[in-house]
Design a protein around this ligand. Structure first.
Ligand code: PLP
Length: 387
């Protein structure tokens, strides 16, 4: 029999995640929170089965399941599991796998919510974290305490300075569960599981859903491991909404064309910013001067849709945000509109000044999520705002 070549991920974004729709081309919305049982035996089967789609929506929901199947295929995973938000995925993964006395190794340069979760609730529950520098080769491995470290948690590219964790180094760590928050890359920009990492995690609120109309998180990995996190997750209750899963599934269909356009624009903007006299530093893995450009070439399939740059001071940052016209001042990323934000006073406002400094969140730093507007219009807007 003639073997079909494997489908490319961009094609899988179209073909996958169709189990709940019957012959309908658009995904079906299953808004129901509960399903009828035929008998006590039937009720028992549903109540005790793993991720039954026809029992109760906190356990599983057919629309959410279709979304999970699409992400699973894009990640090249055995299973995927969705949550009500990226933070829901992070909290459920950590608390599902760690206990009082567990040790985590995480990078210092994290999304502020993840950092706050490790330093607040996790510390309160007796889960201790050692923070390392994401860009120092071997730092994660060196901080692992054999027999005690339960998890190694990385975020790559990191928010907001686009620093990279070496995925091959993480994949080679045996013993602790390795988790990579791959939100900034999207499943088309990076595949942590191919490097031997245990769990790839996304805030699907961002590029995956891609339209600023869904709040979701998703993790991918081996079925047994995700089954364990699912068993915790149904009690934690960060349950994804089927409406949001529907929007995200629709978003996935166009993920490839969206990220292609956003990557092209991001690269052009980064090149312009890197040469601009009003810009002190530009952070984008696709620039040859990015300190980890070679690593980016080895592990990123796309350089990304987000960049950051430093205009020198808080005042200069405030002036720039005041002057942009096409770019909108808002947090979040991965949507059709180009968004600019000032991490020190928004996404990373909860960090102390020392933490901001060690995470590279400088007073003049601006983060930009590149949208789907024409590149020339974005270049013109930034140039007039910087002038
Ligand atoms: N991980 C990263 C890298 C993020 O940037 C964010 C939010 O900005 C999150 C996780 C949290 O995602 P959510 O807002 O969907 O909870």
């Amino acid at each position: 029999m003639r073997e079909h070549p494997p489908l490319s991920p961009a094609t899988q974004a179209i073909t996958s995640g169709r189990s709940s729709g019957g012959r309908s081309l658009a995904p079906a919305l299953w808004a129901s929170s509960t399903w009828e049982s035929e008998s006590l035996d039937d009720a028992h089967r549903r109540a005790t089965g793993l991720r039954q789609t026809d029992f109760y929506s906190r356990y599983c929901n057919p629309t959410v399941r279709s979304f999970e199947e699409a992400v699973r295929d894009l990640e090249g995973a055995e299973e995927s599991l969705a949550f009500a938000s990226g933070m829901g995925a992070i909290a459920s993964t950590i608390l599902g796998l760690c206990s009082a006395g567990s040790h985590i190794v995480a990078q210092r340069q994290l999304y502020a919510g993840t950092l706050a979760f490790l330093q607040g609730p996790c510390a309160r529950f007796g889960i201790e974290t050692t923070f390392v520098d994401v860009a120092t080769p071997g730092a994660f491995t060196a901080a692992v305490q054999p027999g005690r470290t339960m998890m190694v948690l990385a975020e790559s590219p990191s928010n907001p300075r686009l620093e990279l964790a070496d995925l091959d180094e993480l994949g080679a760590i045996k013993g602790p569960f390795t988790v990579v928050d791959s939100t900034f890359a999207t499943p088309l920009g990076q595949r942590p599981l191919d490097h031997g990492v245990d769990i790839s995690l996304h805030s699907a609120t961002k590029g995956i859903a891609g339209h600023n109309d869904a709040t979701l998180g998703v993790i991918s990995g081996d079925a047994d491991l995700l089954g364990e996190i699912w068993a915790y997750g149904v009690l934690h209750g960060a349950t994804p909404s089927p409406f949001d899963a529907l929007n995200a599934l629709r978003g996935i269909r166009t993920l490839a064309v969206r990220t292609r356009q956003q990557n092209d624009s991001a690269r052009s903007l980064a090149v312009m910013l890197a040469d601009h006299p009003a810009v002190a530093e530009t952070h984008y893995p696709g620039l040859s001067e990015h300190p980890q450009h070679a690593l980016a070439g080895r592990q990123l399939l796309q350089y990304g849709t987000v960049l950051s740059f430093d205009v020198g001071s808080r005042d200069a940052a405030a002036r720039l945000l005041d002057r942009v016209e096409l770019c909108r001042v808002a947090t979040s990323l991965g949507g059709p509109e180009t968004l600019v934000c000032h991490p020190a006073t928004s996404t990373h406002a909860s960090l102390t000044p020392d933490e901001q400094e060690s995470s590279g969140v400088t007073p003049g730093l601006i983060r930009m999520s590149v949208g789907l507007e024409e590149t020339v219009d974005l270049l013109a807007d930034l140039e007039q705002a910087l002038a």
